[in-house]
Write a protein that binds this ligand. Structure first.
Ligand SMILES: NC(=O)c1ccc[n+]([C@@H]2O[C@H](COP(=O)([O-])OP(=O)(O)OC[C@H]3O[C@@H](n4cnc5c(N)ncnc54)[C@H](O)[C@@H]3O)[C@@H](O)[C@H]2O)c1
Length: 317
């Protein structure tokens, strides 16, 4: 059977770029984008788009039958900073959307699921540097608790029911085309915009707050890479550690200064500092590299060159 894809949460930071790439690879008619909101963006206008609520099992089932979907990419979620403001709703959305998709696969209605986890599954008791795949996991945010629980259920559905679910623990993601959706690493996108438009930036994390980060092109490459790998290569069915680079606000500011020598940064840490302090500074992703051949293309230097060029070319013309 040909691959027919449904992306739930396609209008978000990752969904927009993922949808475009999947349409290029599998063809416009084989990729159905969906989201709870219908925005006037390429994802909606350039192919098939449906409004769907990820919390409504019947709506998802209907779309799966209508388009004979084989693969679901579940990107809808409440992110870390937003989730802290509405813990009960975050738990509801992040968990029940996952259960719906897992149960549809268990019922044999779809073949493969992609579900993203996050470095937020780790907590203050986790070793912070080069965090191993298997280690202490005591997340202290509702977002992290939902992602860790989700990982356990993914592995359970795989072992008990043979569900082919694949997952990556994304670090903070940086992209030029879509605004970030309320995460603790959002500053690392905003800083590029402000460098171009204002020449100065106030960081909501302190200067030496190191976090793992990744350029969006690499995240999309990993997402499609893990989904295209033969099933037997996916040996971890909770979620894979994934890494490309780690930096602090001070380090990214220094990189930006190479392009804008007058760029100035100051620091006004807010509630997100506490979240950042509970997360790893760097990640050991050797299992993803060994098992299914993960390799990153971007580091802080070439990402900065590309972010500035793309923002100038497309956004601040
Ligand atoms: N962006 C990051 O840095 C990052 C890092 C780690 C993990 N992740 C994970 O990746 C996934 C996607 O993240 P993102 O950054 O694109 O998030 P985002 O907030 O930018 O996008 C999420 C999308 O889901 C949609 N959505 C929300 N509720 C919905 C519902 N009930 N039904 C259907 N759609 C709904 C939103 O409208 C939005 O377009 C999430 O699971 C997130 O936890 C993201």
């Amino acid at each position: 059977m040909d691959t027919k894809i449904l992306i739930i949460g396609a209008c978000g930071q990752i969904g927009t770029e993922l949808t475009q790439k999947l349409r290029q690879i599998y063809g416009v008619d084989n990729v159905i984008a969906s989201d709870i909101r219908k925005l006037n963006i390429d994802v909606v206008n350039d192919g098939i788009f449906e409004v769907v609520n990820a919390l409504d099992y019947n709506q998802i089932e209907h779309l799966i039958e209508k388009y004979q979907i084989t693969d679901v990419y579940l990107m809808a979620a409440l992110l870390s900073a937003t989730a802290e403001k509405n813990p009960a709703f975050a738990w509801d959305l992040n968990m029940n959307s996952l259960f719906h998709v897992l149960n549809l696969a268990k019922a044999g209605k779809i073949k493969k699921i992609y579900w993203p986890s996050s470095i937020a599954v780790f907590g203050p008791t986790t070793p912070r540097d080069n965090t191993p795949q298997y280690t202490i996991m005591e997340p202290s945010t509702v977002y992290g608790i939902s992602k860790q629980t989700g990982e356990r259920w993914c592995e359970y559905y795989h072992t008990q029911y043979g569900v082919d679910v694949r997952s990556i623990r994304y670090p903070g993601l940086i992209s030029w085309s879509t605004p970030p959706g309320g995460g603790t690493t959002d500053y690392a996108v905003d800083i590029y915009h402000k460098a171009i438009t204002e020449g100065e930036f106030t960081s909501f994390l302190s200067e030496n707050s190191g976090l793992p980060m990744m350029y969006m092109d690499d995240a999309i490459k990993a997402t499609i890479g893990i989904m295209q790998a033969p099933a037997e290569q996916i040996k971890i069915r909770s979620s894979y550690n994934l890494s490309a680079m780690s930096f602090t606000p001070k380090e990214i500011a220094a990189e930006i200064k190479k392009h804008f020598p007058d760029f100035a940064i100051d620091y006004a840490p807010d509630f997100r500092q506490k979240i950042a302090d509970s997360w790893p500074a760097s990640i050991d992703d050797s299992r993803a590299r060994e098992d299914w051949g993960w390799q990153n293309d971007y580091n802080i230097e070439n990402m900065t060159v590309e972010m500035i060029a793309k923002l100038k070319e497309h956004i601040y013309k």
